[in-house]
Every structure is written in C-alpha cells, then in structure tokens.
Design a protein around this ligand. Structure first.
Ligand SMILES: Nc1nc2c(c(=O)[nH]1)N[C@H]1C(S)=C(S)[C@@H](COP(=O)(O)O)O[C@H]1N2
Ligand SMILES: [Mo]
Length: 201
C-alpha cells in the first residue's frame, strides 16, 4: 500500500533526526543555567586559548569579529530530553582559534571555562574539523544574555551542557579533567546518539 509506505517513511525520517529518548521542543528554547546569569558587556568580554599551545592567544570582541565568520545550521540536544531543530548560530569555528594558538602535539583535551566559573571538558577530536564554534548570533540577532550572550561555545553534536555559556577560556590539556556537570554525575563525553547522559551510560 503506497499510502502506508509513505507514512512509515516520514516517521522514519523524523526518528533518524531525533536521538533516542529525546522529543522535539518546537519553537521554544528552554534556559538551563546552574548559576546567576551574568551581565557582560561586549567590550568587557575576551576569550583566551592557552594551556598546551605554542602561542597563548586572547581575542577581544573586536578582534574575534575579524576572524573568518562561520555558521551552524542544524539541531541541538539537551540531556533533559528536549531537542530543537533548525537553529542558526553565527560566530567563528574553534578550528580558526586553534590555528592561531597552535596546539602542541600533547594537547588531547580541552577544558572550556565560563567567566562565571562553569567548566566542561571535551576531547580535542570533538572540537576540531568543523564540529565546534564560538558564537555570538542566534537567528540573525545577538545571542541573548540568558543563552550565554555575548559569546558562548557551541558543540551541537554533543549534549548541550558541553556548550559553555559566557565562554572565556579554552584550556588545552594532556589529560582529561572533568568539568562542573561531569563531576556531578554526567557522562564524560555526552554523545546524544549513544545516549551518554550519565556516568556509566
Ligand atoms: N556557563 C554556563 N554554561 C552552561 C550552563 C551553565 O549553567 N553555565 N548550563 C549548561 C547546560 S546544563 C545546558 S543544557 C545548556 C543550556 O543552554 P541554554 O540555556 O541556552 O538552553 O547550557 C550549558 N552551558
Ligand atoms: Mo543541561
């Protein structure tokens, strides 16, 4: 029956897009913050890439805007089970920052720091080759403060707790060091397709 086949095909497409245990949150964008939302003026903001790099580097708001612009259009997935389809972010790729800073061969992990004290850890493989961004625009508008504005990290292929809001530093390290949620029971890597929500998943 062609009609049944079409229906099944559509459902399969949707399921392919939604990682296991997730639902489509639709038009809203929930705010999830474990701390008070800071007010950071763009001219007070800066981002440093240091640790195991040849050239420790810091960019001001103006300086980071001079790097080649890069965009993400796609989906995001929160460990609290909402997923949001077709979001558009603009900023720079983490690759561009690393190219300037020159990671040393021993650099195997990154600890992303927020100016609020929040941290989250990532293997280098998860932030290179066009998989991670530092972003300041959402849907063509400045990134809202409650969502990490002026600038947040964006690692959309992992659960959203890896996308540190109000990002201020990327520290390259030889050894893995758990961040805030990873110390509090969340999975070390957080791949939504493997449902890596909590330690032991
Ligand atoms: N600095 C900082 N970044 C953070 C958090 C936080 O509490 N502080 N929460 C994380 C978590 S658990 C999630 S799910 C996402 C939520 O991002 P949103 O509020 O923009 O949806 O931000 C992540 N980044
Ligand atoms: Mo979260």
């Amino acid at each position: 029956m062609p009609v049944t086949r079409g229906f099944v095909g559509k459902r399969r497409g949707h399921e392919r897009r939604l990682p296991p245990g997730q639902y489509d949150v639709g038009g809203s964008w929930p705010v999830l913050t474990a701390e008070a939302t800071p007010r950071i003026a763009p001219d007070q903001w800066s981002l440093t890439v240091d640790g195991l790099v040849e050239r420790p580097s810091t960019w001001s708001w103006d300086e980071i805007h001079r790097l080649p612009e890069s965009t993400y259009f796609g989906d995001i997935h929160c460990v609290t089970t909402w997923s949001k389809f077709d979001v558009a972010f603009k900023g720079v790729s983490v690759d561009a920052l690393l190219e300037a800073a020159g990671p040393m061969p021993e650099a195997a992990y990154v600890l992303a720091h927020s100016s609020t004290g929040y941290t989250t850890n990532l293997p280098m493989e998860d932030v290179v080759d066009g998989k991670a961004w530092v972003v300041w625009e959402y849907g063509g508008k400045p990134l809202p403060r409650e969502h990490g504005g002026p600038v947040r990290l964006l690692v959309p292929h992992l659960y959203f707790w890896k996308s540190a809001k109000w990002v201020s530093r990327l520290e390259l390290m030889a050894h893995d060091r758990p961040g805030f949620w990873e110390q509090n029971g969340y999975h070390d890597r957080g791949d939504p397709w493997l449902e890596q929500r909590y330690q032991g998943d």
